[in-house]
Write a protein that binds this ligand. Structure first.
Ligand SMILES: Nc1ncnc2c1ncn2[C@@H]1O[C@H](COP(=O)(O)OP(=O)(O)OC[C@H]2O[C@@H]([n+]3cccc(C(=O)O)c3)[C@H](O)[C@@H]2O)[C@@H](O)[C@H]1O
Ligand SMILES: Nc1ncnc2c1ncn2[C@@H]1O[C@H](COP(=O)(O)OP(=O)(O)OP(=O)(O)O)[C@@H](O)[C@H]1O
Ligand SMILES: NC(=O)CC[C@H](N)C(=O)O
Length: 559
């Protein structure tokens, strides 16, 4: 039997749109003569639906849609559909919802495999909503025996992980059944299907592939994983659906960061490997582009605004926005004060010209002067300081939000992960905005991505890339007045924020003074309040700010 993996981009809660997409892909699979078409985890309602799952009407709607989709499988020659959805539980104890792989065949719901392992770490919170499966069962589709798993069910293999997170391994259980039923299944190729909603972070594609290859080798099985693609709030799903043969070789791989349909046939399993190497910078770029596009469009917008300072962060965000939404949908706004260098305004204009985007100049010297004048009686006798400096980003934030209200364009916020980690950003100032596009990208990585943007021609002006970073909030200000150089800072932050290393471990690992490390860690601890008020951050690393990293604010932490 030919099996198709349909890597679709659903929208959370858009039942009609998702069902239409499922049938569109199922029809394409039908035209290719497949017997079964496999869709990602929760394809019917989109992943992650979060607390929408607590509404009985949401779950009921998913059940109705699954029944409608089943109708489609009635026709002659129609493939069976295996798709992720939610269903109410029947028992009167426990959680009310099940995360399931539903097999729709012959016009009806013919089999249900409930998810057994419910991830509850980082961005996942499935134990909050779902009742876990207590058992697994093999199923025959058009005469082919199949082992069906839902995402995390395949992530607990003892041959791959040094430590198993759960006491059971659903794949092991299913393969045990294959053994037990060997009389019926003798000579039959083992096949493990996995429907996934497995989000991207840097390096994730390789982890997923090696893990599934280990599973294939250990059980002598074909492993086929259909993954979701697309951005949903902070999460970006890369797709990269895979088919791996029993010797661990990849035999089919779907596109990354785009919808796709791939077909495989166990009989042609010997076909050459099609493994595509991953360029980490390119993958991160693709993730940021897709995450931005889907956030803006799925929220019902098409246009965005970016404050262009002539600096590298806003330049990179504008370049991502153009790739995601088209140059006609991006507006750059320059808002200089007396501390902005002439070069910065030129750099911002050149960037806008290179990107082909509309550029508006709103000099804010007078507004800034008016604010200071108004505050003068209260501020009398105090030196020019943070309060005055921060007025500038706050004026810019107010103007960007006014333009947003007037023209219905979302503001993209430009802070990077180094700044968000250390609190080097102004609350209600440069932190305004709908989406923190590069909030999970350290400054040193911002440079790498900018060079990637310029790989064929100069888009981000070289002046922007080569000048020392500065917030330009007072004469001659440079980031290094307040922070260590980014080459020193970023590895410290990565070790602390992403790997939870101690000051001593970091000092030893990186050969830096422990007092310097402590001063950086203190900045991280002191700025949690800012991060909790920040726009959603597109997750591109193992540990990003937002729902997968929860720390208290009113707290005393020793670093
Ligand atoms: N625990 C807590 N919970 C809630 N709110 C808390 C708080 N602690 C302080 N606050 C509030 O936060 C205020 C301080 O925060 P905030 O007003 O943001 O100001 P603050 O962090 O003091 O200053 C902003 C820093 O970021 C730098 N900056 C600004 C803009 C852009 C860039 C750049 O390079 O991109 C850098 C700037 O040079 C300065 O060093 C306090 O006055 C207080 O109102
Ligand atoms: N003169 C300006 N005109 C328009 N927007 C500005 C201006 N200055 C700052 N901004 C906005 O505020 C954000 C914070 O900028 P700032 O210059 O303070 O530091 P930065 O983090 O180094 O960013 P960048 O590298 O983009 O300059 C910028 O990315 C930009 O969106
Ligand atoms: N939806 C899931 O079960 C995802 C969990 C899985 N470990 C992943 O990160 O991809």
């Amino acid at each position: 039997m030919k099996i198709a993996l349909a890597q679709i981009n659903p929208t959370v809660g858009d039942f009609a749109g998702n069902a239409k997409k499922i049938l569109e892909y199922a029809s394409r699979a039908e035209a290719l003569g497949v017997g079964l078409v496999v869709f990602p985890e929760l394809a019917v309602c989109g992943y992650p639906p979060a607390d929408l799952l607590e509404k009985a009407s949401f779950v009921a709607r998913a059940e109705e849609v699954a029944a409608e989709l089943a109708q489609w499988t009635t026709g002659v020659g129609r493939p069976a559909i295996l798709c992720g959805t939610v269903m109410a539980t029947k028992a009167s104890v426990g959680k009310q919802v099940r995360n399931v792989a539903a097999l729709l065949d012959g016009g009806k719901l013919s089999f249900v495999q409930q998810k057994m392992l419910l991830p509850f770490y980082d961005v996942f919170d499935e134990q909050r909503y779902f009742e876990p499966a207590v058992e697994q069962a093999l199923v025959c589709v058009r005469g082919e025996p199949l082992a069906i798993t839902v995402c995390e069910d395949a992530w607990n293999d003892k041959s791959f992980w040094p430590r198993q997170m759960y006491p059971v391994d659903p794949v092991e259980k299913l393969m045990g059944q294959w053994e037990a039923q060997s009389q019926d299944l003798v000579g039959r190729q083992r096949v493990i299907l996995n429907i996934s909603a497995s989000p991207y972070w840097q390096g994730k594609q390789q982890v997923r592939q090696s893990m599934l290859a280990a599973l294939a080798r250990r059980h002598g099985a074909f492993v086929a994983m259909a993954n979701q693609v697309g951005g949903n709030d902070s999460l970006v799903f890369d797709g990269t659906s895979l088919v791996i043969r029993p010797d661990g070789e990849v035999v089919a791989q779907a596109a990354s960061f785009a919808e796709d349909l791939i077909v495989f046939d166990m009989e042609d399993g010997a076909a050459g490997a099609v493994e595509k190497p991953v360029d980490e910078v390119a993958a991160m770029w693709d993730a940021l582009v897709l995450g931005t596009r889907d956030y803006v469009r799925k929220c019902g917008f098409s246009k965005v605004l970016v404050g262009l300072s002539g600096g590298i962060d806003s330049a990179l965000v504008a370049a991502i926005a153009v790739e995601a939404l088209g140059k006609e949908n991006v507006i750059g706004v320059g808002m200089p004060t007396e501390y902005s260098s002439l070069g910065s305004i030129e750099d911002a204009k050149n960037l806008a010209k290179n990107l082909g985007v509309r550029f508006e100049l709103l000099p804010v010297h007078d507004v800034f002067a008016q604010f200071q004048f108004l505050l003068q009686p209260l501020f009398k006798g105090t030196p020019f300081g943070l309060a005055e400096e921060n007025l500038q980003p706050r004026i810019r934030g107010t103007l960007l939000m006014a333009l947003s209200n007037k023209f219905g364009a979302l503001v993209l916020t430009t802070g990077n992960k180094s700044e968000m980690s250390t609190g080097y950003c102004t609350l209600y100032g440069d932190m305004v905005g709908a989406l923190a596009v590069i909030g999970d990208v350290m400054k040193t990585r911002v440079y790498a991505l900018s060079r990637y943007v310029n790989r064929t021609k100069e888009v981000i002006p070289w002046e922007t890339i080569s000048k020392p970073p500065s917030a330009e909030l007072r004469p001659g200000q440079q980031d290094t007045d307040s922070l260590p150089p980014y080459e020193v800072l970023d590895p410290i932050l990565e070790a602390y924020v992403e790997r939870y290393c101690s000051a001593e471990q970091i000092a030893e690992e990186q050969g830096v003074d422990v007092a310097l490390v402590r001063s950086v860690l203190q900045l991280v601890e002191k700025s949690e309040y800012k991060r909790q008020q920040a726009a959603p951050v597109l997750k591109v690393t193992r540990k990003s700010f937002g729902m997968g990293r929860r720390f208290p604010i009113a707290v005393k932490v020793q670093v």
